[in-house]
Design a protein around this ligand. Structure first.
Ligand SMILES: Nc1nc2c(ncn2[C@@H]2O[C@H](COP(=O)(O)OP(=O)(O)OP(=O)(O)O)[C@@H](O)[C@H]2O)c(=O)[nH]1
Ligand SMILES: [Mg+2]
Ligand SMILES: [Zn+2]
Length: 223
């Protein structure tokens, strides 16, 4: 008798993710799994998103880190519901961890739930958590060849946000090369250029997210 542990783990994960998805459907939440390597700008993007949607769209945030509540503390300043998951050793969020955060949120009062995954360019992309889509950030200080070296996240994502474009003059990052590499991994990948600190390109992200939310509400209505 041979048991493939990874297959079992993934099946168990997907069952929990499907159960969470049903909860999100009932509450009409758009759920986005936001992923990147450490420090690419996930929390800063959430801060800009909270500013842009204040008083218009109700956000909720689940943020995953190995240690500390620093990201949750940054988000709390915007008066939006936030749950910090500290994974201690795990280098990604899985469906069980995200499900454990749900009782701490009033999902009926949330339009868009943004899940900031643990900073890691590899395994967060392997675990479904019940999301509608995955969005990833690549910052220009990380190198334009990253889509070739870490293909899975680029394959799994609907949108690639290329962040820290204010730093382009100080790097050897080739934007055309990066986009070509990313599209080689995933021809359907949407790509936008952003600086979350200067605000350049943020309106593209906000429009994209708003459109996703409207599509989600529409598809739930006609289901
Ligand atoms: N120059 C520049 N710095 C940025 C930009 N976006 C984020 N940063 C800086 O990059 C650092 C990391 O940003 P965070 O938003 O904390 O990154 P993160 O992806 O949430 O990091 P982890 O949660 O630790 O994985 C901070 O010092 C930010 O101020 C940007 O567009 N330009
Ligand atoms: Mg963060
Ligand atoms: Zn991991």
């Amino acid at each position: 008798m041979k048991v493939n542990v990874m297959v079992d783990v993934m099946e168990a994960n997907d069952r929990i993710a499907t159960a969470s998805k049903e909860i999100f459907d009932r509450n009409k939440n758009l759920v986005v799994n936001l992923m990147s390597s450490p420090g690419a700008g996930k929390t800063t993007l959430l801060e800009r998103t909270a500013e842009a949607f204040a008083g218009k769209v109700r956000l909720g945030v689940i943020t995953g880190d190995i240690e500390t509540s620093r990201d949750a503390e940054r988000i709390e300043k915007y008066n939006i519901p936030v749950v910090q998951l500290t994974t201690v050793t795990a280098c990604h969020l899985d469906a069980n961890m995200v499900a454990s955060a749900l009782p701490h949120l009033d999902l009926s009062q949330i339009d868009i739930l943004l899940i900031e995954n643990v900073g890691n360019l590899v395994c967060p992309a392997e675990f479904k958590v019940g999301e509608d889509c995955k969005v990833m950030i690549l910052s220009v200080t990380e190198g334009d060849e990253k889509p070739l070296k870490y293909p899975l996240m680029f394959r799994e994502s609907s949108l690639l946000i290329i962040n820290k474009i204010d730093l382009l003059p100080f790097t050897n990052f080739n934007m055309d090369e990066a986009k070509a590499n990313a599209l080689k991994m995933n021809p359907n990948l949407g790509i936008m250029e952003v600086s979350t600190t200067t605000g350049q390109g943020i309106e593209d992200w906000i429009s994209w997210l708003k459109q996703c939310w409207q599509n989600r509400v529409e598809s739930l209505r006609s289901a």
